[in-house]
Write a protein that binds this ligand. Structure first.
Ligand code: 8NA
Ligand code: MG
Ligand code: MG
Ligand code: MG
Length: 337
């Protein structure tokens, strides 16, 4: 239960804490730490300002509500919830540049096939944005006791409502599979080598299925992660260059996985912080699409370290905490019944 809750609360705080830094271009460990210090001080005051979540969380909450309501995937219902939340929200949630066109299509036309607008994006290529990966954590919880093929099928469907490019779909799966593996790992210290080997093995399999043998970018990035973890301190520019920090799935999911693994060890400037805190602060410090990289890294870290590792002050400063907690508990009950 602690890990189910840690996963979704980790996703929430990553999004809420990452949002103020999104594409600001001046993130460092120092600046993120200062922000976190302020958040922690705020909470003790009355009328502390709540940190709002963004599209990442808004869509994740819809995935959870729909899976729980229908005890599985229901395309029409999930699409309806995505669009309803988007149009109802009075807060600007920073949605991706193109995905909202799909919500408009769902609302303005009667569609027999809810997957059609997504297939039509980008002249038929489909989106390879990280919008699939950013909301996929509940799929890993829902499929906790199932095998990776079942998880792949569910992840594909949830993602394809908005993202049909193979890179967008595989990115979401990589993120889901990372959470799934971590959730099922009780060893300490964390078995990094085995975790990465398993991810590489599954990604090679699905990449070959999607693209043929010659094309396998995601698992290559996982190999880069292995190399980086063998070096004492990898320069931030090199990480951004090799792994990415942008709105594409390929340019952000491997970075979230790296952030979790890097934060298993001490990080300069973060000696006072636990491994969950290090993961989120480090992920944000890499800049770019900070809310999304931190939400994905936070979900993985929370699934390993559990709810107790996430400071209460962090949790209580986030909009959407109560609903996130409720969904996590319900998913736990569903998956373990
Ligand atoms: P999306 O499907 O609109 O994709 C995001 C962006 O990726 C698009 O707007 C395009 O620029 C680009 N893109 C995706 N597929 C293609 C393609 N086939 N050809 C050319 N360009 C392509 O939205 P999404 O749901 O994937 O977006 C998720 C991200 O947007 C998240 O990070 C979320 O937080 C949000 N967001 C990010 C930023 C940022 O700049 N970091 C700003 C606002 C919102
Ligand atoms: Mg966002
Ligand atoms: Mg090694
Ligand atoms: Mg983002």
């Amino acid at each position: 239960m602690s890990r189910f809750r840690g996963c979704l609360i980790g996703a929430l705080v990553g999004d809420c804490f990452g949002k103020p830094f999104e594409e600001t271009g001046k993130t460092t460990i120092e600046s993120v730490k200062k922000f976190v210090d302020n958040v922690e001080a705020e909470k003790s005051k009355k009328n502390a300002k709540i940190l709002h979540y963004t599209d990442d969380t808004e869509m994740r909450l819809s995935v959870e509500a729909s899976l729980l309501k229908h005890k599985g995937f229901d395309a029409q219902d999930m699409a309806k919830r995505f669009a309803k939340e988007y149009f109802a929200s009075k807060i600007y949630r920073n949605y991706g540049g193109h995905v909202t066109k799909i919500f408009s299509d769902w609302s303005s036309k009667h569609l027999e096939d809810v997957f059609l607008p997504a297939r039509q994006q980008f002249n038929g290529a489909g989106s390879y944005g990280n919008g699939g990966g950013m909301r996929i954590a509940p799929a890993a919880l829902f499929m906790y006791n199932e095998n990776s093929q079942k998880l792949k099928e569910l992840t594909d469907k949830i993602t394809q409502l908005t993202h049909t490019h193979n890179l967008g779909i595989l990115g979401a799966y990589l993120q889901a599979q990372a959470i799934h593996l971590v959730l099922n790992t009780t060893e300490s210290p964390f078995p990094t080598e085995r975790f990465l080997d398993k991810l590489i093995e599954t990604m090679i399999y699905y990449e070959e299925e999607a693209f043929g043998k010659s094309y396998s970018q995601k698992h290559q990035k996982l190999k880069v992660i292995k190399e980086f973890l063998d070096e004492p301190d990898v320069d931030k520019r090199k990480i951004i260059h090799k792994l990415g920090n942008n709105v594409t799935a390929l340019g952000s999911v491997p970075t979230s996985i790296y952030s979790f693994l890097r934060a298993l060890s001490d990080i300069d400037g973060l000696k006072e912080r636990n491994a969950f805190e290090r993961t989120v602060i480090y992920a944000i410090s890499l800049g770019g699409d900070t809310d999304t990289i931190a939400t994905m890294a936070g979900a993985i870290a929370g699934a390993y370290w559990g709810e107790e590792a996430i400071p209460i002050t962090w949790q209580q400063n986030c909009e959407g905490l109560a609903l996130t907690q409720k969904h996590a508990s319900s998913l736990y009950e569903y998956a373990n019944k």
